[in-house]
Structures are given as structure tokens and as C-alpha cells.
Write a protein that binds this ligand. Structure first.
Ligand SMILES: Cc1ncc(COP(=O)(O)O)c(C=O)c1O
Length: 474
């Protein structure tokens, strides 16, 4: 048990009268004990202050710093989202130019929006399976060479599908230009504990700011995350100031206790748990090699020299592109017939997320379901090539300017080719926009939306009126 949790329980047993927040007053006689009211407190005497930690919370941040070998680690209770917003704002001034991987999560786009930033995008390669690959080093080099006023590079690695970019090379180039690199490692808090991936983890290869969701791939409650910094390109006081803006002033002690417990588990039992996990994963991949119609990305990349080394096998990406069903249909079958709920379903693949908390039996259950489903599927005659990169929509005005433009019309998405969007359009997960406000909607975007609609994947838009979207005149 982490020391914060212990202290919270001891405090409850002391029977102090809580004449302060939260309003549940730890009244378990009235509210019952199904939710952890007993240990849900606010920042009272002796329990430190997340925004100015000097005691028990500082101790948790020190644990994170030691485990991840950062120069400074902040614990977060508003997810990676608040780390990304704070980390970006700590490095830029309004209107600055930034280099951004186009497949970033919407929290990055929100940071672009509220800081009025001028993004230069790098579009990752996309294979015929429709899955984004890594960020090309030569693209980064070229963009930095062409735009000497870039103030920050923002990359997502690993991606939702487990693709890791070569952050070391990106950092080495960026630092030649004195440009800091922020890595959204929301899906990579566990990389540091996997022997083959440790040397690819962003903090270990010199990234300046690294944001990790603990809750995504490690045993921690939803909403918990870490922000690490190192080097002299990012100022600690700037990050601190931004966290005070973007993170709640009423942090949950339950979440903070969960962060500590997660760090303690990794420190005390991590080696053993990751060994078992790796064995289970290897076994799963070996057995799924037998699949005839479905295929698993982790099995297909065996001959890919780059991905063999830069791929997180913990993400089980199951592809349906050779079969007569869509990813969404596979996900529905797994839910309805096998009571297996997946992380994400796209038109031609699904993602099953795994962690050290998955038992051998969990892997076997998924495996057996896939083998059974595979037998019933048919092979498609013509396999669709999904590799067509969506042509990067042309930017007409900034995200902020487009959103502030009140001169808009609501139109059916099929009729808006050539018009300027006032909205983000995305599917969630993964929350990567197909188009941002201020960009011209092209044919590729409309076709992609049609593909999602056909696969019954719900398309989200900023103002929630899909299939109509707001377009502007400029
Ligand atoms: C790549 C990526 N970055 C950031 C986030 C936001 O993380 P959080 O949910 O911890 O705020 C997500 C969430 O899905 C994500 O997929």
C-alpha cells in the first residue's frame, strides 16, 4: 500500500469532523461504501498541495522522477490532456510556429487553438492497411530547415496502434536548432519497463517534455498521468504555471494515491510482472499466427526491419481487411458473442489493449474467440488498398480565426468539397481530426467520412450536428 493511501485511511479512523469540502462529508452511513468516500479528502493540513508540493505529494513526484529518470516529474489528475495543454503552452508564445505530427490527439489541436499557434504538419506514412506509421526523420529535418522560426516539435509516440517513432533522431536534429521536443507518450508509460523498448522511450532518448497517461497502459485509475521534463530548453516554472491553469485546484486524493500505488507496484514487482506479461504476449502472437483470414499487425511486421524494433506488441491490432467484415463488425461480434470489449474499432481493424494486469486466461479468451470467429469468416477477393494518404487539407485561416468567424452556414457534409470548415471532424477513439477549423474540405476527407459512415463508425464534429457541418466564408 502506498503511503498516501495509508495516511488517508489513518486520517479517516481519527474521526475528524470535516467542516470543509467535499460535500459528501465521508458520510458512509448515508451514502454507503461502494465508492471510496472515506478517503476522498481535500487539501487539509498535513496532506500537502498538488500545485506547490512540499510533503507527501512531493514524495510521489520524487518516486516518479526516480523510476523514469527525469529531471522533474509532475503528477497529473486530469489525464495527459492537461499535461499536453500545459507542456505546449509552457514552450510557446501566442502565434508561434510549431511542427506537429498530423496524427496527434485532439488535446494537441486544442493547444494549437487556444494559443493561436501556426502549425506546420508532418504527415506520417500510411500503409495499405490504413494504419499510420512512424514520423519520417527526413521530413522533420526538411521542415526545420525550411522554417527556422519553429519553436516546438510535438510528436505522438507510440501511436494508438503501437507505432513508435525514432524520437532519438528527432531530438538530435531538433536540438541542433535549439528547438524542444514534446512527446505525447500517453500510450507509452510502460515502455520504460520493457527491455526491448526501454531504449526507444522518449525520456530515455532526450525528449524535453514527455507526457504519459498512467491509466492507459499501467495499473492506475482513469485520469492519472505524469509530465516529465529534462534539459535546459524547457523552464520548470513555466510548466508549473501552466499546470496551475489547466489542472484542477481540487485534485482527487484517490487519484494521487493511485499514482503512488502504481509507481510502487512497478518498483517492487515490475520486473516479475513484465516478464510474465511478455511471455503471455509472445505466446498470444505465436498462436495467432494460425489465423487465416483475420491478421495481427504484430505478426505481420516480423519482416519489417524498422517496426520489429519500434513497435509496442502490447497493442494487439487485429486487421479485418482480408475478410468479409469490418473492424466495427468484429468488435460487435466480440462484444455480443464473447463478452470481450475492445478499445477501438475502425473500418478495417480493431485494437485490443493489454497490460501487466491481463492474466494468461485473458489472452487465451481473446485468442480462442479470434480462432473461432476466423473459421467462420470468408476471404475477400479484392483487398482494398487503404494506403491513400489523405491529402493534407489546405489551411485557409487559423483554427482560432475560423472558430471565431460567425459568418457560417450549416451544410450536408457531402456537399462541402472546396469549402472551409468551421469544425473539427474526427472519430473517437483515436481522436485524431480529419480536418481542423480553417481548413478547406477536400475529396479525400469526404471519402474518408463516407467510409466511416459505411462501417457504422460514428463521426464526431465540434458542434455535434453531423451529417451537417458548419462552413465559413472568408
Ligand atoms: C495519443 C493520445 N494523447 C493524449 C490523450 C489524452 O489522454 P488522457 O485521456 O489521459 O487525457 C489520448 C487519449 O486517448 C491519446 O490517445
Amino acid at each position: 500500500m502506498g503511503s498516501l493511501q495509508k495516511k488517508l485511511e489513518e486520517y479517516y479512523n481519527k474521526e475528524y469532523l470535516p467542516m470543509h469540502m467535499p460535500g459528501h462529508k465521508r458520510n458512509v452511513e448515508l451514502l454507503g461504501e461502494k465508492l471510496p468516500y472515506k478517503i476522498d479528502i481535500t487539501e487539509i493540513e498535513g496532506f500537502d498541495d498538488l500545485h506547490n508540493p512540499e510533503g507527501i505529494i512531493k514524495n510521489i513526484e520524487e518516486k516518479a522522477k526516480k523510476i523514469y529518470k527525469s529531471e522533474k516529474s509532475f503528477i497529473l489528475v486530469n489525464g495527459s490532456t492537461c499535461g499536453i495543454l500545459s507542456g505546449i503552452r509552457a514552450c510557446v508564445n501566442t502565434g508561434d510556429k510549431v511542427l506537429v505530427a498530423r496524427n496527434c490527439h485532439k488535446s494537441v489541436y486544442n493547444a494549437l487553438e487556444i494559443n493561436g499557434l501556426n502549425p506546420i504538419y508532418i504527415v506520417p506514412e500510411i500503409e495499405r492497411d490504413g494504419i499510420d506509421r512512424n514520423i519520417s526523420i527526413s521530413d522533420v529535418k526538411k521542415k526545420l530547415e525550411e522554417n527556422k522560426d519553429i519553436k516546438l516539435i510535438i510528436i505522438t509516440s507510440p501511436t494508438y496502434e503501437g507505432i513508435i517513432s525514432d524520437i532519438k533522431q528527432i531530438v538530435d536534429i531538433a536540438h541542433k536548432y535549439n528547438v524542444p521536443v514534446l512527446v505525447d507518450e500517453a500510450h507509452g508509460a510502460h515502455l520504460n519497463f520493457i527491455d526491448e523498448l526501454k531504449s526507444k522511450e522518449a525520456l530515455n532518448v532526450g525528449a524535453d517534455i514527455v507526457v504519459q497517461s498512467l491509466h492507459k497502459t499501467l495499473p492506475a485509475l482513469t485520469g492519472t498521468a505524469l509530465l516529465h521534463i529534462q534539459g535546459n530548453l524547457v523552464k520548470e516554472e513555466n510548466v508549473k504555471r501552466q499546470l496551475a491553469i489547466f489542472e484542477t485546484s481540487s485534485p482527487s486524493y484517490i487519484l494521487m494515491a493511485s499514482i503512488e500505488e502504481c509507481l510502487d507496484i512497478i518498483k517492487n514487482k515490475g520486473k516479475e510482472l513484465f516478464n510474465i506479461y511478455n511471455k503471455n504476449l509472445k505466446n498470444f502472437y505465436k498462436k495467432t499466427d494460425k489465423l487465416e483470414k483475420l491478421s495481427i499487425l504484430g505478426n505481420e511486421i516480423k519482416n519489417d526491419e524498422y517496426l520489429k524494433k519500434y513497435y509496442d506488441f502490447g497493442k494487439i491490432v487485429i486487421k479485418t481487411d482480408k475478410t468479409n467484415i469490418t473492424g466495427k463488425e468484429l468488435s460487435d461480434i466480440l462484444r455480443k458473442d464473447y463478452k470481450i470489449e475492445l478499445e477501438m474499432a475502425s473500418s478495417s481493424y480493431v485494437i485490443a489493449m493489454t497490460s501487466i494486469c491481463d492474466s494468461y486466461n485473458n489472452f487465451e479468451r481473446l485468442l480462442n474467440a479470434l480462432l473461432e470467429i476466423d473459421e467462420k469468416l470468408e476471404l475477400k477477393k479484392d483487398i482494398r488498398d487503404n494506403s491513400c494518404k489523405i491529402q493534407l487539407p489546405k489551411k485557409k485561416v487559423s483554427i482560432l480565426k475560423a472558430l471565431e468567424n460567425k459568418n457560417y452556414k450549416l451544410e450536408e457534409y457531402k456537399n462541402v468539397e472546396g469549402k472551409i470548415s468551421r469544425e473539427y471532424i474526427w472519430i473517437y477513439p483515436p481522436g485524431v481530426p480529419l480536418i481542423t477549423p480553417g481548413e478547406e474540405i477536400n475529396k479525400d476527407v469526404i471519402e474518408k467520412i463516407q467510409e466511416f459512415e459505411k462501417s457504422k463508425i460514428s463521426v464526431r464534429t465540434t458542434f455535434g450536428k453531423f451529417p451537417k457541418i458548419e462552413v465559413i466564408d472568408i
